[in-house]
Design a protein around this ligand. Structure first.
Ligand code: T1G
Length: 688
């Protein structure tokens, strides 16, 4: 056969084994021998049943995403599924690991599906800006019903084997030797005799679908699409499965797929898929990582508590240290409350909550950190305080323990230099809420040991974080670019734009919310404190803070939040304040377009990203995209700021930055040489 597809015989049952590490993607070098094997087994009268299984850690995890955008090599997945589905003898997919995308579509071409108890099944194509293009939107509804299929396909979230079994997607769930169970299942089925109904013909229930209920569900889901085309296409294709004959629905699915796969949004989302994996790769390979069994967290406030939860959620015992019992109890109480909220929402069982809480050991004594292999400090954002903490860690941390700071801005080289073990020091910059936000900026200081870095990059994956390794500068990658994005906010207000207008320009772009609504959510006092520490001012935001208007938490910020509502309402008082401050500065208000708002916020964001790349603070342009999508809500359909710069046109960005630089003289508009280069070459690589 081939290195990628083998056929074993167990009596009259043939077992097709796909072996294409690491995830058995349906690459062309798999599809060709697979098709050949299916045709031969179909025509072999000594074969009573056919099992399709996979070697390695998972059933087929999808089409080969690297093949998209290239000419399709036949046979494609649809041809394989059509051939498979036309086989009269019983066909059984034996699913372990994750049957995803084209993998599940292959399994849907079988008469039966059996799964390992730990298996997961899903159609995550929507996360790549696609829809299942191998018949998934037409076959899945025939097994689980249109509304259930709609939820699975539009969310892209896999379901467990037990749920799949209950829904009718899987015919049996087994523990132990799955292939042996599948063979026996097939032999038994063959012995009983057919005919065996292919999925395409199982549409009796589908015809009973309550289309009004379906459309209502689809409309709700569409509201969350936020400008993404794929979720809408997914819903339409599932609806076609209900209203159109099978082959017409299949053809319509194909047409939708062809359109999406060529779209900028899908290119952007596929870029991010690989970018996230690239970001976790370090230059040095095969480094022996340090053992991490127990984690210490210093500080049980918002960040410290969230960080402690992130590790506990990842299965690590945590020692949580505070300066006194009251602060410690307060912190542990907040953690308990957070888990209780998850239980009330049904996202965590009571038992899981107990297990998570059992991971925590509280202390007010640094000596209790002696058995920790990683210690993360999340104390007050002040260099002297941080140095004092690291000084005390020197005395108690075991040799080889990694000492991490959660600082957002401070110079980690300076912190490391204050210790006798700079090789063990690095930054773990979590984003609030740390137990929820995926992004983790891992800050390598000048003397951070390669094995320490490799250890925390691996650890990040284990606790479900998206890690990006960054260098030391003020604000690292994310916050440094955030400052650039916000540098013109006050000027835009003083010149005539309202907070609502600026926020609207952002949400129209695809951001979950605009900068002023975000400021009110996070608390305006945080920025106020940072500005005072750096001797900076922002006349509007400072005045609001002086009036005690910190945002949602005080019921007033840039907006009003009436009666504890979280809905921002424009406040005439803020409008008047802006007008007064503008007239004090002799600025006459003028109409400001959404286009100007984007040019004076997102173009400086891109420009700062180019500077960060030039300085080597980020290793790749795609790392910066990963930071912004996972840490700040940059719209996935635009691929991150630097990917979007390619879509927007770097030459135009350069031209507009030059315009605003001439008009304002502000350094934030001074075009970075690498951005100039990108405009000329179309590549962010320093040397093309
Ligand atoms: N194609 C190509 N490469 C893939 C791949 C895929 N489908 N999935 C993973 N890889 C690579 C990945 O880049 C990495 O490479 C290595 O495998 C390990 O992946 C027609 C159109 C299966 C849950 O979206 O969700 O089918 O970095 O680090 O954490 O309708 O991989 O080692 O060089 O993620 O254990 C639909 C995508 C495709 C599933 C395993 N399927 N994959 O997670 O490993 S579109 C998906 C995943 C499709 C059809 C449509 C995860 C995983 P490298 P990893 P992991």
């Amino acid at each position: 056969m081939s290195d990628f597809v083998k056929v074993n015989r167990d009596g009259d049952v043939a077992v097709v084994i796909i072996d294409n590490p690491p995830v058995n993607a349906l690459s062309f070098h798999v599809r060709e021998p697979l098709m050949q094997a299916l045709v031969e087994l179909r025509d072999d009268s000594s074969v009573a049943a056919i099992v399709i299984a996979c070697a390695g850690r998972t059933f087929v995890a999808g089409a080969d995403i690297t093949e998209f955008g290239k000419p399709v090599q036949q046979p494609d997945l649809r041809a394989i599924v059509a051939t498979l589905e036309a086989i009269a003898k019983p066909t059984i997919a034996a699913i372990h690991g994750t049957a995803l995308g084209g993998g599940l579509e292959l399994a849907l071409g079988c008469h039966f599906r059996v799964a390992d108890a730990d298996a997961k099944l899903g159609l995550p194509e929507v996360k790549l800006g696609l829809l299942p293009g191998g018949g998934g939107t037409v076959r899945l509804p025939r097994l689980v019903g249109a509304v259930k299929a709609l939820g699975v396909i539009v969310s892209g979230v896999p379901i467990a084997a037990t749920e799949a079994h209950a829904a009718g997607l899987v015919d049996a769930v087994f523990e132990g030797d799955l292939t042996a169970h599948a063979v026996n299942f097939g032999r038994e089925i063959a012995r009983k005799g057919g005919p065996f109904t292919p999925v395409r013909d199982r549409d009796d229930d589908l015809r009973q679908t309550d289309l009004a209920a379906f459309d209502a569900t689809a409309a709700d889901l569409a509201k969350k699409a936020r400008g993404l085309e794929a979720p809408i296409a997914c819903a339409l294709s599932v609806r076609n499965a209900v209203t159109l004959p099978f082959d017409a629905a299949l053809a319509a699915e194909r047409a939708l797929f062809v359109k999406l796969v060529a779209s900028d949004q899908s290119r952007a989302q596929r870029h991010l898929f690989f970018a996230e994996r690239e970001a976790a790769k370090l230059p040095a390979k095969d480094i022996v990582k340090r053992r991490i069994s127990r984690v210490g967290v210093i500080g049980a406030g918002t960040m410290g508590g969230g960080i402690a939860m992130a590790f506990a959620n990842g299965g690590y015992p945590v020692t949580l240290l505070e300066t006194n019992r009251e602060a410690l109890q307060r912190g542990l109480g907040t953690i308990d409350k957070n888990y209780a909220v998850s239980v009330s929402r049904g996202s965590l069982t009571e038992d899981a909550k107990r297990q998570r809480l059992a991971q925590f050991k509280g202390s007010t004594d640094y000596a209790d950190l002696a058995d920790c292999d990683l210690i993360v400090e999340a104390v007050f954002e002040d260099m002297a305080v941080k140095k004092e903490v690291f000084g005390r860690l020197e005395a108690v941390a075991r040799p080889g323990a990694i000492l991490a700071t959660n600082t957002s801005y401070l110079d980690i080289n300076e912190i490391a230099g204050s210790t006798s073990r700079p090789q063990d020091v690095l930054g773990l910059h979590f984003f609030s809420p740390a137990n929820v936000m995926k992004l983790l900026e891992i800050v390598r200081a000048d003397k951070t040991a390669p094995d320490a870095l490799a250890t925390v990059v691996d650890l990040a994956r284990r606790i479900g974080k998206v890690a990006v390794v960054v260098g030391v500068c003020h604000g690292f990658v994310g916050n440094r670019m955030l400052a650039a994005r916000g540098s013109e906010s006050e000027a835009l207000l003083l010149e005539g734009a309202t907070p609502r207008q600026i926020d609207q320009a952002f949400t129209d772009f695809g951001w979950p919310m605009g900068p002023f609504q975000m400021g009110d959510l996070a608390g305006l006092d945080i920025g106020w404190r940072n500005r005072k520490a750096r001797g900076q001012t922002a006349v509007i935001a400072d005045t609001l803070c002086e009036q005690g208007r910190f945002g949602q938490k005080t019921g007033k910020g840039f907006y009003l939040y009436e009666n504890g509502s979280r809905t921002p309402v424009p406040d005439p008082e803020v409008k008047a304040l802006i007008r007064d401050k503008a007239s004090e500065k002799g600025i006459a208000p003028r109409a400001i377009s959404a286009e100007e708002i984007i040019e004076r916020t997102l173009y400086p964001l891109i420009n700062e990203g180019a500077k960060i790349l030039e300085e080597g603070i980020a290793a790749r342009a795609s790392d910066i995209d990963v930071v912004w999508v996972n840490g700040y809500g940059f719209p996935v359909g635009k691929g991150g700021p630097l990917f979007w710069a390619g879509l927007e046109g770097a030459a135009r960005i350069v031209e507009r930055l030059d315009h605003w630089h001439q008009r304002t003289g502000k350094d934030v508009f001074r075009v970075a040489p690498l951005l100039e280069r990108m405009a000329e070459t179309g590549s962010w690589e320093a040397e093309a």
